[in-house]
Design a protein around this ligand. Sequence first.
Ligand SMILES: *Cc1c(COP(=O)(O)O)cnc(C)c1O
Length: 367
Amino acid sequence: MVKPRPYNFSAGPAAIPEEVLQQAADEMLDWHGSGMSVMEMSHRGPQFESIIAQAEADLRELLQIPDDYAVLFMQGGAIAENAIIPLNLSRGAKADYVVTGSWSQKSQLEARKYCDVHLSASAHDDQGYGSIPDNAAWSIRPDAQYLHVCTNETIDGVEFHFVPDSHGVPLVADMSSHLLSRRIDVSRYACIYGGAQKNIGPAGLTLVIIRRDLLGHALPHCPSAFDYAVVAANHSMFNTPPTYAIYIAGLVLQWIKRQRFEGLSGLAAVESRNIAKAHLLYDALDASELYETRVARDCRSRMNVPFHLRDTALNAAFLQGAEGAGLLQLKGHKSVGGMRASIYNAMPLEGVRALVDYLKDFEKRHG
Ligand SMILES: *Cc1c(COP(=O)(O)O)cnc(C)c1O
């Protein structure tokens, strides 16, 4: 009997479905009879061409991406996009930002290097982040080139459960940590981007989904490899793309297509399972005397669940006991403290059940 793998609650790089890891292992030395590992293939050869084309087709199918959107496979992560977005979309003029957590805060600071940034809304108070300001009260400049939001704040656990009204200003969203966790209406956004290492695959791959009419306005000093129009015209092959990361992401996309839950399939099944997982965990936290969550109910993240032990002296014992129970990487981000359970697509319902059992057991012993 092979020992079961522990449940991994890392915020990112995060767990990848075990089936995908197994398939990658099986194909490591010889991909589909090619005699090569995917890592060893020319990105311009027919084998890799088929891998990237399939990945793009599957992504388009899962998110129902309209034809007038380009899909770009880039590098640099969402932090590089914090510069790449204004370099491509700001025209050196005005861009508006909504700050609902640590990541959108970073985004607006970086954008200041390239354009005139205005904060349309900010949710920071003496408790930190944990809410979304009422959309109706955002001050959006009508002549802003775009409005930027982060629709799932990975560190703070704040998720948008609605598409913001941007009053006709193109809406740009950092979806790094919840892209493909739920169905979305791509047509409501001008540009969606995210690093893969939270919910889609390994670090090294950044996905950008952008409406084609926004291409072609990069600032003159924008690096060519980061100019969306150049990347799109070269089908993400202007420079060597992160081939192995794209291959693994492709396997994850096929895994999503195979998922079934409560009569649903594909992304709808994944979304419904994610809702069930989040309910299970938040209900357990709400019912407890020992743990607390600080994020407003209407914007609790389904993916990243920060929580605190009321008695912080118990933190070390909690984490040590969790590891002993096969529950890994539950320590919260240093800026927030406490704990954080990231329950991305690859976390099975049983993993959340195991965490809930541990929460209850620990409270019984220490509450
Ligand atoms: C992880 C994360 C980032 C940073 O990603 P990098 O790959 O380190 O650049 C940015 N935004 C969000 C929402 C994230 O979750």
